[in-house]
Design a binder for this molecule. Structure first.
Ligand code: FAD
Length: 434
């Protein structure tokens, strides 16, 4: 049931004008709204989203599915948030077409919203693999709160699950399902878990970290078919094995939601290209969050860092610029933190070295410490860390964001015990050398 604020109601006006139109009610869209309001308290804002729920945290979905938090805790704002911030909602309906010449957004129900400035913050959607049985009841994806509700409901009637894909969302899902005492098989095409954010050298540490009672990990395995009469009963693998199960969760990556801009001049690669003010290059159109290729400091090039914190930063920068305050995005360093039971793995920046990069490894099995650091032309550009020194990851990220020559402090970074204080001190030393 679409949730549409009064002035956006169908038939209220044929072509409805707002100074600012925001496509997306996630962290990028909401951060833009708050930044606009800092600069322009009165300009009209409309927020469009195919979902009906108020702003919530995707990051917390698996904690709710696993029973660690209450449903209400997922929401990040109160019901009256939109009204208080002078934003009209067009919820439960998606944008299907953007016309950057007429400055209009067309919605699925035929309504048109005119704008002065437009933010594209539509995030991404799960990729649906081309295998028989993907549409059977009992097959799930996890991207939205609705997906989360379906998975949580399924846990009450399911004993055995297969999770397909070894990325961050899959691992968080596995942990949530294990919390319901389910038996879970994790099927991964690659030879290691978290293959998008680690390198082959890290496979021992990632494999060791994700062992748990009730979990069966199958690496180097493809799913050939999801089988069942009328609903999921099992999964057939490339090895010939069949794993019996009553639910499947697929986490095989995501694709940015770009379909509504396909008739425009907006330039895209893996995502939408933006400059340091989050402008797309087409007049009055901005992009932010998972949909945008913002500057990545460690890689020195545009990159999609599909992270909550990046979406917040980019959304804010876009919002300020939309409202006329010129602010630049300095770029970002990706930080992924994956916890499983009492173990934690942190990845920072570029985790797979390019030709000419130097890699240094520190390992202490007794302390379960693992630190693989990557340097490029003297700069610190990437890290995979597990164990006690993970506590220093925030400050390591700041060091990486400074993008300076770190040769003078390399020994500290590779020292046997690396603490938050060590990195702070090393960073200060760098400033003095500079
Ligand atoms: C289960 C899960 C766990 C995660 N865990 C972490 C984590 O631990 N740490 C971390 O940093 N990141 C995590 N992420 C990633 C993080 O949630 C995203 O990077 C972040 O939400 C991106 O924000 P966004 O605003 O760009 O897009 P989204 O949050 O995806 O929001 C997109 C918005 O656009 C709307 N929309 C879609 N299509 C249209 C359309 N055609 N027209 C209008 N609106 C549209 C959507 O309904 C939604 O409101 C996780 C993601 C998931 C799914």
């Amino acid at each position: 049931m679409p949730l549409v604020d009064k002035a956006c109601e169908e038939g209220a006006v044929d072509s409805d004008f707002s100074k600012y139109a925001i496509l997306g009610n996630g962290p990028a869209g909401i951060s833009a709204l708050l930044a606009i309001r800092e600069v322009d308290p009165d300009g009209g804002v409309v927020i469009v989203s195919p979902e009906v729920e108020r702003y919530y945290s995707k990051v917390l979905l698996t904690y709710w599915i696993g029973g660690r938090i209450k449903f209400e805790d997922i929401f990040l704002v109160e019901e009256d948030f939109y009204e208080k911030n002078g934003a009209r909602r067009a919820f439960g309906v998606e944008a299907t077409r953007v016309d950057t010449v007429q400055r209009e957004v067309e919605l699925r129900d035929g309504r048109r919203l005119r704008y002065d400035s437009l933010l594209l913050a539509m995030g991404s959607s799960p990729e649906i693999p081309d295998i028989p049985g993907v549409n059977l009841p009992g097959v799930h994806y996890l991207r939205t709160i609705e997906d989360g509700k379906k998975i949580r409901e399924a846990t009450s009637a399911s004993m055995r699950a297969v999770v397909i894909g070894g990325g961050l969302v899959s691992i968080k899902t596995v942990e949530a399902l294990l919390a319901h005492n389910m038996e879970v098989s994790l099927v991964v095409s690659s030879g290691r878990l978290l293959s998008q954010i680690t390198a082959p050298e890290d496979s021992k540490v990632t494999f060791g970290m994700f062992q748990a009672p009730g979990l069966d990990i199958r690496l180097n395995c493809d799913v050939r078919a999801i089988e069942g009469e009328g609903r999921v009963e099992g999964v057939r693998l490339s090895t010939g094995d069949v794993i019996g199960c009553d639910m499947v969760v697929i986490g095989k990556g995501v694709t940015p939601n770009l379909s509504c801009i396909q008739d425009t001049e907006i330039k895209t690669g893996a995502g939408i290209f933006v400059n340091d003010r989050m402008e797309t290059g087409v007049c009055h159109v901005y992009a932010a969050g998972d949909i945008a290729e913002g500057h990545d400091i460690a890689r020195g090039k545009p990159w999609i860092n599909a992270l909550w914190s990046s979406a917040v930063w980019q959304g804010r920068i876009a919002g300020y610029n939309m409202a006329g305050r010129r602010v630049s995005y300095a770029g970002d360093v990706g930080l992924n933190s994956v916890s499983f039971g009492d173990k934690c793995l942190i990845t920072l920046g570029k985790t797979r070295p390019d030709k000419g990069d130097e890699v240094s490894l520190f390992q202490d099995e007794g302390r379960q410490e693992y630190r693989r650091l990557i340097f490029s032309g003297g700069r610190f550009v990437g890290a995979v860390i597990s164990g006690p020194s993970a506590q220093a990851s925030g400050v390591l990220r700041s060091l990486m964001a400074r993008n300076e020559d770190t040769v003078a402090i390399r020994d500290t970074l590779l020292g046997a015990r690396l603490s938050y204080g060590d990195v702070m001190q090393a960073g200060t030393r760098l400033s003095h050398y500079g």
